[in-house]
Design a protein around this ligand. Structure first.
Ligand SMILES: [Zn+2]
Length: 247
């Protein structure tokens, strides 16, 4: 049975993994929906993911307002998280990053699509949100609810979306699933760039993506997302909770 204590431990572990796997550097963030209150989410105060401790984790209403009178500095781009939780009842974890290999796909016509089976959870084709389309000249960051909602509409029902000249965001039904997709979004981008120099690419078909996604969703404890999670925890120097512990 998962507990709130396990959830906070997994949040800290997820932050360390995202830093260790090169998804986040000094910037980027991960949130989880509060399992006891679907209209709230947990997200650390503004600091580099590698440094996040459980005491840093704050709680926010879906409109981005800090709860419990918390006055610590929040992430400016927390509106990404609230908008996705508001729009998507199936989403329980959101990860935003500026990981480098995806950026070329935000500023060129090349579309990010899965080239290897392990990257199928990114979705058959990854959409790109451009702040310019609805908001004109901005600093490209999602700094209010309107921008968050606009971004969520571009992601639609998918697991990932890119932001032009900025970065990417992935979602999942659990922390482990979202971390998996965030790591493999970056891996796929790097492999797709490498493959594109060799000739025309044969991408996974839509049917292949669906089969792989359902196999992962049906994986037993210790398999799939859990197996990757345990490995990445060790690489990041944190002790993993039991498989499925974060619920
Ligand atoms: Zn950002």
């Amino acid at each position: 049975m998962s507990t709130f204590k396990d959830l906070l431990s997994d949040m800290v572990a997820a932050n360390r993994i995202l830093a260790s796997q090169g998804v986040c550097d000094a910037f980027g963030h991960i949130s989880v929906r509060n399992p006891d209150n679907p209209n709230a989410y947990l997200l650390s105060c503004a600091r580099a993911p590698q440094l996040v401790e459980r005491e840093d984790i704050m709680e926010f209403a879906l409109d981005g307002t800090p709860m419990h009178g918390d006055t610590r500095k929040p992430f400016l781009e927390r509106f990404i998280h609230g908008a996705l939780y508001a729009e998507r009842a199936d989403v329980h974890c959101v990860i935003h990053s500026h990981s480098r290999s995806v950026i070329p796909f935000t500023v060129t016509p090349a579309q990010l699509r899965p080239v290897v089976h392990s990257c199928a959870t990114i979705g058959h084709a990854v959409p790109v949100w451009d702040a310019q389309t609805s908001f004109g000249d901005t600093n490209l960051l999602i700094a209010n609810e309107a921008m968050g909602r606009d971004f969520a509409s571009v992601m639609g029902e998918g697991n990932s979306a890119l932001m032009r000249g900025h970065g990417s965001t992935v979602v999942g039904a659990s922390i482990r699933e979202a971390v998996y997709t965030a790591v493999y979004l970056e891996v796929n981008a790097s492999l797709q760039i490498a493959a594109s120099g060799l000739g025309p690419i044969t991408f996974l078909t839509e049917g292949e993506v669906e089969i792989i996604q359902s196999r992962l969703a049906d994986a037993k404890p210790g398999e799939g997302y859990d197996r990757a999670w345990e490995y990445w925890c060790r690489q990041a120097g944190v002790e993993p909770c039991q498989p499925g512990g974060e619920g």
